[in-house]
Design a protein around this ligand. Structure first.
Ligand SMILES: NC(=O)c1ccc[n+]([C@@H]2O[C@H](COP(=O)([O-])OP(=O)(O)OC[C@H]3O[C@@H](n4cnc5c(N)ncnc54)[C@H](OP(=O)(O)O)[C@@H]3O)[C@@H](O)[C@H]2O)c1
Length: 252
């Protein structure tokens, strides 16, 4: 394969749909071989098939540290190397902190913060063996504008950003770069489709009462391919250059 990522292996979490699938397809188009991680095996296999020979489905619940160890062992066995890790998988539900269920809190912190810690920890030895590489952590504009009812989601992403900023120093001697990729509203994902209708209506009523939706009006959704383009751009920078933070949003 030719392209800016030719010869590289890219692992993407949450690659069965939405932004993660667009990143996997974009990286493959740029010449990389890609490891797709998510839980729904059938959907993940369909996504890998859609991308073609460059893609392998590696089913895993990344909130489970043992499953992450097994997944990265499978990546090593399948590809023999790793050059880029994209932490994209996340979950979010509308709820106030007062009303949050134990399950919601565990899933949000487990998927959005603990899981990237597990994947980064598992990826570091493989990235070191490749002589360095990239860790790209997908965040959200919500970290600077934390919507009520989505505070736990925003807080997990803010923690992921703090982790990324510190990791830059922890991993620089290994030639491993760490980038925060902040996305604006993006089409194609299903993050919001799984929301309980009543919880969504309660959240929207509060957003309107507090003027939150007006504050972000005009921010149209962008196609997920724009986020994929940014990942390819970041991962194809020459050694000696690094991008700490990149904001990708629609311009309206
Ligand atoms: N969409 C937006 O407007 C927007 C804006 C800013 C930032 N973002 C960020 O972009 C990323 C992707 O968003 P999206 O809209 O594309 O979301 P999405 O359509 O809901 O996709 C989420 C992906 O994560 C996977 N996933 C969830 N929990 C997992 C787990 N425990 N283990 C493994 N995989 C898991 C899902 O597959 P399974 O359910 O099969 O596991 C799916 O592939 C997220 O980090 C989100 O915060 C999105």
């Amino acid at each position: 394969m030719t392209g800016p990522l030719a010869g590289k292996v890219v692992a993407i979490t949450g690659a069965s749909r939405g932004i993660g699938l667009a990143i996997a397809a974009g990286a493959a188009q740029a010449g990389a071989r890609v490891a797709l991680l998510a839980r729904d095996t059938a959907r993940l296999s369909a996504a890998a098939k859609e991308i073609g020979d460059a893609a392998r489905a590696i089913p895993a619940d990344i909130s489970d540290p043992s499953a992450v160890r097994a997944a990265f062992a499978a990546i090593d066995q399948e590809f023999g190397r790793l050059d880029v890790l994209v932490n994209n998988a996340a979950v979010a539900w509308p709820h106030t902190v007062a009303d949050a269920t134990d399950e919601q809190l565990h899933a949000e912190v487990g998927t959005n913060l603990l899981a990237p810690l597990y994947t980064i920890r598992a990826a570091i030895p493989l990235l070191r063996r490749s002589g360095g590489g990239d860790i790209i952590n997908v965040s959200t504009e919500s970290v600077t504008n934390p919507f009520p009812h989505l505070l736990v989601y925003a807080a997990t992403k803010a923690a992921l950003e703090t982790l990324s900023a510190g990791l830059i120093h922890e991993l620089s001697a290994d030639g491993i770069r760490v980038t925060i990729l902040r996305a604006g509203r993006t089409e194609g994902g299903e993050l919001r489709l799984r929301w309980d209708e009543q919880a969504r209506l309660r959240a929207e009523a509060d957003w309107d009462a507090l003027g939150y939706r007006a504050r972000v009006s005009g921010s149209a959704g962008q196609p997920p391919e724009r986020v994929a383009d940014a990942v390819v751009f970041v991962a194809s920078r020459p050694q000696g250059t690094m991008i700490d933070v990149i904001n990708v949003r629609a311009h309206s």
